[in-house]
Write a protein that binds this ligand. Sequence first.
Ligand SMILES: [Zn+2]
Length: 92
Amino acid sequence: MITSARMLWTCHWSSRRIQRYLDAERGVPLSADEARRLEQHLAICEHCAALADEHRLLRRVLDNLSQRTAPAPDAVGRLHERLDRIIAEQSP
Ligand SMILES: [Zn+2]
């Protein structure tokens, strides 16, 4: 049984890596150990799994936009700032 304090810390750890995990082919990928640990947490944590879904949705929206027209760099920057704020607010 995982303690709630440890779970909270793992949520914090995971929320800071979800974006890197999903953007592995674009940015700096997680190490194999980090990716495995994150996948194990996403499998048992609804909160972080929902956060990962939001990131995936945002990626799909951005990919769709970029296939039609390149999104304005400042708009993408604002979206990233917004996501960073959401992550910061949700982190313990
Ligand atoms: Zn979590």
